[in-house]
Design a protein. Sequence first.
Length: 627
Amino acid sequence: MAMVSKMEMETTLLSKEFGLSFFDYIPIIENFYKDFLSDVISLARNLISLDFTKLVPVFDDSLGSFEKITLFNTLLNKASKIESLFNNKDKKCLVKLEILFEEWVYRIILMRLRQEYETIKGLILSTEIAQKNGFSQLERTMKKVQKQFGKETVSIALDVTLKVGLRREKLRTIMLSDHYIKYTMNVDQLDGCMEFFNCPIYGSHKYISHQLGLNDSISDLFCKYFCYSHANSMLETVLPFPFTLWHPRMMSTHGKCAYYLKLAYSPKAIPNKKFIPLVMSWNITRKCNLKCSHCYINATNQELTDELNTFEAKNLIDQICEVSKPLLILSGGEPLLRNDVFELIEYGVSKGLKMGLGSNGSLIDKTIAKDLRRVGISTVSISLDSYKSERHDLFRGVVGSWEKAINAIKYLRENNILVQVNTTVTQNNYREIDEIMYLTEDIGVENFHLFFLVPTGRGVKIEDITPAKYEAMIKTTFAKTKNHRLNVRPSCAPQFMRIASTAGLDMRQWIRGCLAGLYYCRVYPNGEITPCPYLPIKLGNVKEKKFKDIWFNSEFFNSLRNFETLKGKCGYCEYKAICGGCRARAYGLSSDFIDYCGDLHEPKELKGDYLTEDPWCSYIPPKTKNK
């Protein structure tokens, strides 16, 4: 179904740009289509007992999202009923299964024929355009509309994917289901490759071109502009980090299609560096309008006197691009209290960064949501700590903050902005995580991050959940994910990688438990670089030193990148390469550095041991069991 929409969009955009109608070319389109229809009937007649008179000779209507969703849900409901009969050992399930299988086959054949019909339309129309307006004009037009083509085709597929109850991550599988693909991803090199060994579109092009005595030049344009844009938009939709995509091999030229991608690639960066920022958080202001009891930055209603100004902030973005092009999350305090926040978002987008926003949601109304979309925000995180308003308001320190957060999510989703809900787990709410997940699903949220309290800032005053509950909470959350469409990730809980790997979950969706110093760092409002918000150790200030010098030359960062430096059971653990333990907890809870007045938020000089074992991890590695 996704491929049908893709081919329909090609014809629609080209027809609009050149003011042509494919109806003028229906006779030649139908002649080629009848060839494909004849082949399908001859191939399928001896395999299944379908009434082939049902096959539509031509398709005059487009395939809309409503029709796709209805068809999917109809087949899914029938399959669910058959599954129920099977579980009850009802023999009727065999007959009904055979009927459903034939209906399923018929639908696949119908979709395949629709795709062929749209493919023929696109090639015939493009050939006529090239003959009337010149090949160069056709190429310029395809180049002009390629981004629109990619975004619109992928948005249609994503809309259907989400509305039928599938996760965003399934979009890639759905959109490429009729290709034979070899897909590889090298985490160490942060790159990957997709190789296509078949292409039903080019197969049709090749047959028609041969019949009309054409070369592959027009097919080359489809590969170069439309297929590339389609792949690029799809990956932008499913990958959380910025990337650059190349198309070194095309089906029409090389006999196979290959795409190469590099995460967070920046042409200004030092090449072949293993560890680069994929994501950064930047507290652009300490000023906040809430009084959250767990705030790691100990935010106030006053901004720092030495916060980076607009010029310095843009300069920092330029410096970041010298190292990589990460997902840059603007946080606070409340970042929307900073007057130039939209200007900074727009500037970051112009430099090729993926821009995110971490907000409490209290200031996001319909106008702000539209402005965020206008300047190019990619994702917004909203904090939500209970499914009950009074509990959330108590935790956040301001009455009415829950309702504003819920409304903010709705306004953002109305503007097609990806929303992530952040929930901080405490003794008071760890039993209601399931209810919070159901609530967020109902209002259109896709990503759910579960933050485990790290005792810094005001958080030192809150009794954290015990290590045993911490471990059980991660396991319980993963067990519940099958009941939800949410993409769930525990944060500040690197042990989730060990738990996920032993539970047999797909590990490709994550890179590592603790990313600090490897693929992540934090910028304090005054320009101080720290490993993460909960480990506020001064590593250098961008007002005094280039970001790339801090990132690549910091002794602290380099020690985190050498897993052999870890001490205690973290040093022995067989999961240290994928977990790493929480360095903030190790630093704070195993030393006397924590200031219980809540002053740890301010970056300080190094005083404790950040490489010791994580005291919140209850796992005993095999090498330490006998000790």
